[in-house]
Design a protein. Structure first.
Length: 194
């Protein structure tokens, strides 16, 4: 009987740890990059309380090292950093992870800086001091759009995989090509279909 109790205990602990691991895995991963250590930590704490998994970097070089190492969903990036600027970090991070959503923040954002950030793919540019609820709203919107884009890309890959190498996708969602056979042999693709 004692053996059964120990087994039940270990199984329940494994399930609990598994749920926590799954919950962590499902949380959005953010990188906060700000040379103002107090503001960076405060922002990180608030975003963690709002359900995000947050890493912090205090300069551009360490931000880029973290972007190389971790698959972040979004980066909150200060424009003015010691060493390399936020714009340079944005540019280099897009080379490393082209799909990384980035929100730039700054107390010194000119129109030309905003335009350059947008050119390089920044999702938004917010002024400091920023309203934390507004920031969270922008973050959630960016992540929702990111998930939608990833879902669409996955559906396209699935669709392309149904076509043979000598076929291509038609705009109607059918595989077609010189050797595609009759229309009944073509494979329609439906979003959400398995």
């Amino acid at each position: 009987m004692v053996y059964g109790t120990f087994v039940a205990y270990y199984i329940s602990m494994a399930l609990l740890i598994g749920k926590q691991t799954i919950a962590l895995w499902l949380m959005d991963r953010l990188l906060v990059v700000d040379d103002n250590r107090d503001l960076g930590r405060l922002t990180s704490e608030v975003l963690t309380e709002r359900g995000f998994r947050v890493h912090i970097a205090f300069d551009g070089e360490s931000a880029l090292a973290k972007v190389k190492k971790h698959p972040f969903d979004l980066m909150l990036l200060d424009y003015k950093l010691p060493g390399i600027t936020g714009i340079t970090v944005l540019e280099k991070s897009r080379q490393i992870r082209p799909n990384l959503k980035t929100i730039m923040i700054s107390a010194f954002g000119s129109n030309s800086t905003r335009a350059r950030a947008k050119e390089l793919g920044a999702y938004a540019f917010l002024d400091k001091p920023f309203d934390i609820d507004g920031l969270v709203k922008v973050i959630r919107k960016a992540l929702t759009e990111q998930r939608g884009r990833c879902t669409n890309e996955a559906n396209l890959r699935k669709l392309h995989s149904r076509c043979s190498p000598d076929e291509h996708l038609s705009s109607s969602g059918f595989c077609s090509g010189t050797n595609s056979g009759s229309p009944k042999d073509r494979h329609p693709f439906h979003i959400g279909a398995g």
